[in-house]
Design a protein around this ligand. Structure first.
Ligand code: ADP
Ligand code: MG
Ligand code: ZN
Length: 475
């Protein structure tokens, strides 16, 4: 029997407010344990939460950027469970009435093309604290700095069908939250976390199968790997006539496997009820409009603009707009350049290649947009040729020197003196009579042999645009 995977993703994104969602404690990451706490976020008796308005504005902004409908009235509920990282014994979370619903975003994968993935809802909630298990001393410690940090949870419709589509959805959502500047997107620090729900159903069947929920997916690559693994695991089970168990599973990136963590909890386990300390959240039109005005150009719009303004292909434009930092970098680089397409190619191959091998992102690039632009303008002006530009680029990465200085020090200026090149061509022809005879007898492939000889003589610095016609003429 053929099975079809059904995947839905839940993303928790930390909002970039300075203070927590229900108190005025700082949200600063990396402070000493429990430095960012007060009676409210440590759940002392008698404390009262006060909603952070900026957090609501950020949630609205994220919702507008994902085409959601904003609910004019939403509410906060108590989600009750007991765990040492949750001092109140409940998490304040929007459950029955979320702030936004019915959104969508567009993705594209090679195998399945362009598709629209529905967003069921976006709701606001507070984060829990963090447990640190000190294995050496057999004690556990709790850090409540993260307790009460504002989150939005973005829940997708079960519209995703492959691991690659899940990756594309997450990358797009991540890009949107960074473009809109509501989340710093740092996956290592947990500012953007994903749970994946996966089930299989016989192809052609409408009804969904039993799902497993995967947690602990802390990179895009891991999400894709974990989902691919889970699809295979469930396929084997179903093919053997066994049942998939509804449960929460953890991804072990070292073993490349998922394993069972606990049975899946049901909503009634949490005994949700409206938080009596918080009034309903009313969002009026003028609030929505004022947030709407702050919406920047979003990834899809930027991609289209890069295609029309710079003549880039859809693929190139999508690579260059995949993150706001890269898109900004590209725009700074091309601002004063004529050949936009060449700049795009150089960024995609040399710059991204270098970042990739070093495992860093564009923000940490040793080559600034300014220097990169200067390098490409030297190439455009024919001061250096493409070979030399590669050498200059590699040197810039190593030494962080400006391109002009490297060109001077290494003597990489292109030889474009016509007389000099003409006599060199004559010499090469005189030195290789056999090849000349062969060429004239029809072995025209030898042209590149002569070019190679000339490049060798000039240490790769001859301007091929001048040499080629000279050589043709003399041959
Ligand atoms: P929770 O996991 O908190 O119980 P939901 O029931 O709202 O929350 O579902 C969460 C996610 O699981 C959503 O993204 C939804 O699309 C997805 N989902 C629900 N049912 C299935 C299923 N049978 N197979 C795959 N994904 C599913
Ligand atoms: Mg869930
Ligand atoms: Zn506090």
């Amino acid at each position: 029997m053929q099975f079809e995977p059904v995947i839905g993703l839940e993303v928790h994104a930390q909002l970039k407010t300075k203070t927590k969602i229900f108190c005025t404690c700082s949200t600063q990451f990396g402070n000493p344990p429990n430095a960012n706490t007060c009676p409210v976020c440590t759940g002392m008796p008698g404390m009262l939460p006060v909603l952070n308005k900026q957090a609501v504005s950020f949630a609205i902004k994220a919702a507008l950027a994902t085409q959601c409908r904003i609910n004019r009235e939403s509410r906060f509920d108590r989600k009750n469970y007991f765990y040492p990282d949750l001092p109140k014994g409940y998490q304040i979370s929007q459950y029955a009435a979320p702030i936004a619903e019915h959104g969508h975003l567009d993705i594209e994968t090679e195998a399945r093309g362009a598709r629209t993935i529905g967003i069921t809802r976006i709701h606001m909630e507070e984060d829990a604290g963090k447990l640190i298990h000190d294995a050496a001393r057999s004690v556990s410690k709790v850090d409540l700095n993260r307790t009460g940090v504002p989150l939005i949870e973005i829940v997708s419709e079960p519209d995703i069908r492959t691991a690659k589509e899940a990756g594309a959805y997450l990358r797009k959502l991540h890009a949107i939250l960074k473009y809109t500047d509501v989340c710093d997107g740092n996956m290592e620090q947990g500012s953007f976390r994903c749970d994946a729900n996966i089930s299989l159903r016989p192809r052609g069947q409408e009804e969904f199968g039993i799902r497993a929920e995967l947690k602990n997916l802390n990179s895009f690559k891991n999400v894709e790997k974990a989902i691919a693994y889970e699809i295979q695991r469930q396929t084997y089970l179903l093919e053997e006539g066994k049942a998939v168990v509804q449960e929460t599973r953890l991804w072990d990136p070292d073993k490349g496997k998922t394993f069972s963590m606990r049975g899946k909890e049901e909503a009634h386990d949490y005994r949700y009820f409206p938080d009596p300390d918080l009034v309903p959240l009313i969002v009026d039109d003028s609030w929505i409009e004022s947030v709407q005005e702050t919406l920047p150009e979003l990834p899809d719009q930027k991609q289209k603009r890069f295609m029309t303004d710079f003549g880039l292909s859809a693929y190139d434009a999508s690579v260059l707009t995949a993150s706001i930092e890269l898109a900004d970098y590209f725009e700074q680089v091309v601002a004063d350049l004529k050949n936009k397409k060449q700049a795009a190619n150089w960024i995609m191959t040399h710059l991204l290649g270098m970042l990739n091998t070093r495992g860093i992102d564009i923000g940490q690039s040793p080559v600034s947009a300014r220097s990169f632009s200067r390098l490409l303008s030297l190439l455009e002006a024919d001061t250096i040729n493409a070979n030399a530009a590669k050498i200059v680029f590699e040197t810039m990465v190593e030494t962080r020197q400006p391109p002009d200085i490297i060109v001077k020090e290494k003597g990489l200026e292109q030889v474009s003196d016509r007389n000099e090149l003409e006599s060199l061509v004559t010499r090469i022809i005189d030195d290789n009579p056999d090849e000349v005879t062969a060429y004239r007898g029809g072995k025209t492939k030898l042209f590149s042999f002569f070019m190679g000889q000339i490049m060798k003589q000039t240490k790769g610095k001859a301007d091929p645009k001048i040499v080629a016609p000279l050589l043709k003429k003399q041959l």
